[in-house]
Design a binder for this molecule. Structure first.
Ligand SMILES: [Mn+2]
Length: 361
């Protein structure tokens, strides 16, 4: 008999890998019904890893649709493309703070792409009495080990779909991911591509590219996926962008660019309030511009107000730090971060712009 480790040194109480992909597949095989959970606001990796596993389980059992052996639960908001990606797999949407309805009492629970209570808050009430039947598949460096002693952790992986792909292959007894059915290969590719910024972040390595290649061999249509995920704006947003760019004013002495949008701009282009998101980043592509502001005039029951969004960037050539836009916004009654901040000013566009220019260093 080996010497027993003290409670404190119990390896299962530390956030480390405790199980391999084959053992996870074997554990899944002993469960009649399974629920797959992931972090709130599921992204491509969260959706991809849960959907691929649910589909592999259902394929093996010959269960799909209303009588699925495995189903996914997501805590909103979920991206629009996520709903399309998930169809026709059975999934449930939970709107926090509404807790997960424990209408189903599954034999097994799989959590992917997280192992942190903070990211599983809407499921906590459901999970807590069922931790003994929970398995985690993740790639994050930190997590709450007490959630499960069964943890397939690959902290060298760029995405949770990498260990999830290995489990899928074991479940379906395939030699490698190029043999996976297309409806399983596709969500795996989505997870791999989105967690690597479509294969340009520093977490890309040979393993990532090899899996990507195998998933392409399985028939994944990568250009369709790119269009579905990144080319899905509505035309009003493009028209609004045109108006924002057309309004640019360059303040040479402050290395700043100011854009503005009126209530009329939104009305005439039929754009929604959220449609201007990200516009403030566009002028930063100009080398000399270090501060960008977008002003958005709106009305409510108290009258006119203007929302300001500010971004700044350093001068990399002359080692000059970025303007502290948090400080700028604080003088206008707002705040935020050093390089991204905002304020809401109870003034019209012109007066707000004057105040902003005055506040810029
Ligand atoms: Mn991930």
């Amino acid at each position: 008999m080996t010497i027993q480790a003290s409670q404190k040194e119990d390896p299962s109480s530390i956030w480390t890998n405790t199980i391999d992909a084959k053992a996870v597949a074997d554990w899944i095989d002993t469960k009649k019904t399974l629920v797959l959970l992931t972090h709130t606001k599921p992204d491509g990796d969260a959706l991809g890893s849960t959907l691929a596993l649910a589909r592999a389980i259902n394929l093996k059992r010959g269960t799909t649709g209303a009588v699925s052996a495995a189903e996914c639960w997501y805590a909103t908001p979920m991206p629009d493309w996520g709903k399309k990606l998930a169809t026709p797999t059975k999934y449930k949407l939970i709107n926090p703070p509404q807790p997960a309805p424990a209408v189903l009492d599954p034999d097994g629970i799989i959590i992917t792409d997280t192992g942190s209570w903070s990211q599983l808050a809407p499921f906590k009430e459901f999970l807590e009495p069922r931790l003994d039947r929970t398995t985690i598949i993740d790639h994050h460096l930190q997590g709450n080990a007490e959630i499960s002693t069964r943890r397939l952790l690959d902290t060298t992986a760029a995405a949770a779909v990498q260990p999830a792909a290995r489990v899928c292959c074991h479940l379906l007894e395939l030699d490698n991911p190029s043999q996976l059915p297309i409806d399983i290969a596709t969500p795996l590719y989505v997870g791999l591509a989105t967690d690597t910024g479509w294969f340009k972040h520093s977490n890309v390595n040979g393993q990532v590219m090899r899996l990507a290649g195998q998933l392409l061999d399985a028939g994944v249509n990568h250009s369709n996926l790119f269009a579905m995920l990144y080319q899905n704006d509505r035309t009003p947003r493009l028209k609004l962008m045109g108006r924002a760019l057309n309004s640019i004013e360059i303040l040479k002495d402050k290395n700043a660019a100011i854009m503005q949008l009126t209530h009329e701009d939104f009305k005439q282009t039929k754009a929604a309030p959220g449609d201007s998101g990200g516009f403030v980043d566009i002028p930063q592509s100009v080398e000399a511009i270090r501060v960008v502001a977008i002003l958005n005039e709106q009305h409510d029951q108290d009258g006119t107000f203007t929302k300001i969004s500010l971004r700044s960037k350093p001068d990399p050539w002359n080692d000059q730090p970025a303007v502290d836009v948090n400080q700028v916004c604080q003088t206008l009654g707002g705040g935020g971060h050093a390089r991204a901040a905002g304020a809401k000013v109870r003034q019209g566009l012109e007066e707000t712009k004057r105040l902003l220019i005055e506040a810029l260093p």
